[in-house]
Design a protein around this ligand. Structure first.
Ligand code: ATP
Ligand code: MG
Length: 429
């Protein structure tokens, strides 16, 4: 039988790779904690209808990229392609969407049936932040700066923030009328995909990746010219505040984002170091989503960061894990029991320990300790066990007397002193 392989576009994350993932996630979560953002977890599997309505049927995500299947009860289910629709559903369903001032984050796998390439997978991971019930320009600014600071904290270089405004419903429907008129005349010059969108979802045409269509679109009416005074002022205000906060940005009038639910502010953060999959973070305001999905009118804004792209961008210093503080070499029946006892005690003191459970010879155990570059080593043989003591020393091959100490198993004070002077660990044992 052939060996099993993972599905195309999915990836195994192996232990050594995960050190970087864990370090990156830790930095992000600390940053979110300090910004008083709370976590929410929703199911990975949802009713298909949720995404069709939430994200919009004419979008690429819904029309081409979803993993949809019938379950045994003949219900159409979909592996979530993004997080916002699920968060909105959960808040409405649990009756908490109208609770004021909710700042939420989520993290986890998302699924899109796309052509896999560097930075683009079929199962990938996103960190998302959603501010629910926030309407003011101040919340737009806080969400943008939060995204910017997370990327900045990770030391990511060559970041570009691009912003645009999509106006409100009325602005968009006014624009759409003019745009449809223009499309009637120019239909035949567009690529086939865009032509198909004219009836279904004309605004999505602005999202096209087709170079020729993009060029032709340059002469089309611009959404910007249809903004009401209020929408325009909102946008100007955002730009002014970003300038005051010294967050550099570029205006990109063709940034419309791939999902239907956005209103007013849309933004993306790209990095010049990523090549063609350059967008590491995408976000925007979605004031109508929650009411469209059956909740009460609730303005909101959020963003999602693609973790695979973030990992590609993060520096090598995040690939390092904390070294093992103590490796416990042990052999002999009584020695083993004592070593187990001791390892549990040391872990409680927050020392990173590794207990050798191989039962191999002392020399083999020493070799292993050397291989993992443990900072220090504890040795217990039956001799030591009978006296209820152990030998501790720094792990370098030349042992000097003063770096080695025999300590009674109960003598925390002596152990504490040794750890402080040799490993520079200031612990209260
Ligand atoms: P793209 O234009 O690259 O397809 P998108 O607009 O579809 O991105 P969003 O739905 O805004 O992406 O998702 C937010 C972020 O999630 C993206 O900026 C990207 O970093 C990441 N992302 C989206 N799709 C994938 C994927 N298939 N594989 C890896 N990361 C992804
Ligand atoms: Mg996409």
């Amino acid at each position: 039988m052939d060996n099993f392989k993972n599905l195309r576009g999915t990836v195994d994350l192996l232990p050594d790779q995960l050190i970087k993932w864990q370090n990156v996630e830790k930095l992000i979560l600390e940053q979110l904690f300090r910004a008083s953002v709370k976590e929410i977890r929703t199911p990975i599997l949802e009713m298909t209808e949720l995404f069709m309505r939430g994200i919009g049927e004419g979008t690429d995500v819904v029309s081409k990229e979803m993993y949809t299947f019938l379950d045994r009860g003949e219900r159409s289910c979909t592996l979530r392609p993004e997080g916002t629709a699920s968060v909105a559903r959960a808040l409405i369903q649990n009756g908490i969407s109208t609770k004021p001032s909710q700042k939420l984050w989520y993290m986890g796998p998302m699924f899109r049936y796309e052509r896999p390439q560097a930075g683009r997978q079929r199962q990938f991971h996103q960190l998302g932040v959603e501010f629910i019930g926030y309407e003011s320009v101040r919340s737009d600014i806080e969400i943008i700066t939060l995204a910017w600071d997370i990327l900045d904290k990770l030391g990511i270089k060559e970041l570009n923030l691009e912003i645009n405004t999509l106006g409100d419903d009325i602005d968009r429907s006014n624009f759409q009328k003019a745009f449809l008129k223009w499309l009637e005349v120019n239909k035949n010059s567009l690529d086939l995909d865009s032509q198909k969108r004219i009836d279904k979802n004309p605004l999505r045409i602005l999202d096209t990746k087709n170079v020729q269509t993009k060029q032709i679109l340059e002469d089309a009416p611009k959404l910007f010219d249809f903004l009401s005074k209020k929408s325009l002022e909102r946008y100007i205000n955002i730009k002014e505040k970003l300038k005051l906060l010294k967050i550099p940005f570029i205006e990109n009038s063709s940034l419309v984002r791939g999902l239907d639910y956005y209103t007013h502010t849309a933004f993306e953060i790209t990095s010049g170091l990523l090549g063609s999959q350059a967008t590491v973070c995408g976000g925007g305001r979605y004031d109508n989503l929650i009411s469209q999905m059956g909740g009460t009118e609730t303005p909101a804004i959020g963003f999602a960061i693609g973790l695979e792209r973030l990992i590609l961008l993060s520096g090598k210093d995040l690939e390092k894990s904390r070294d093992t503080d103590i490796y416990i070499v042990n052999k002999g029946f009584n020695a083993e029991t004592l070593a187990m006892d001791l390892s549990r005690k040391l872990r409680n003191f927050d020392l990173k320990t590794e207990l050798d459970v191989s039962g191999a010879s002392f020399s083999k155990q020493f070799k292993k300790a050397n291989k993992i570059k443990s900072k220090s080593i504890i040795v217990i043989g039956d001799d030591e066990a009978s006296k209820r003591e152990f030998v501790i020393r720094l792990f370098n091959n030349e042992i000097s007397e003063d770096q080695q100490e025999t300590i009674s198993i109960e003598d925390n004070i002596k152990l504490e002193k040794w750890l402080k002077s040799n490993l520079l660990l200031d612990l209260k044992l």
